[in-house]
Design a protein around this ligand. Sequence first.
Ligand code: SF4
Length: 158
Amino acid sequence: MRFHRYYEVDIVNGPGTRCTLFVAGCEHQCRGCYNQSTWRLDSGAPFTLEMEERLIADLQDTRIPRQGLSLSGGDPLHPHNVPYIRQLVKRVRTECPGKDIWLWTGYKRAELSCPQREVLNYIDVLIDGRFVEEEKDATLLWRGSRNQVIWDLRKERG
Ligand code: SF4
């Protein structure tokens, strides 16, 4: 997996103070995409084990407490990215207790494959759906267009 940007302290992409990772690779080609440079799977830089360790350490850092991790892109659920993202979110679940994980994808939840759905077992909030320019609404929180849905998976688990 490759990535474009990593913010070790971020207050824009999700609630509270967070670590945010923008991965490479997206096949949705939404018109008006704000992040076209991330579409290619071979763009950006390799997400190495060293980067993974750094991200885990940042989430565990008590000097600047993070509420959680935000995964965006590109698309973290691009089939190529899924095995790496699954490994990452499993680690965060185990090694960073109390941190929430938010994930943005262009796929609709109902259309996810089995491997993509497995990732949902380890995250807290899913924001799904392509960006649709005609439904763009700058007043929306955490999503760009009205068709996108914020799924609070914690509530579903009870
Ligand atoms: S899903 Fe996101 S990154 Fe992918 S094309 Fe659409 S807006 Fe761009």
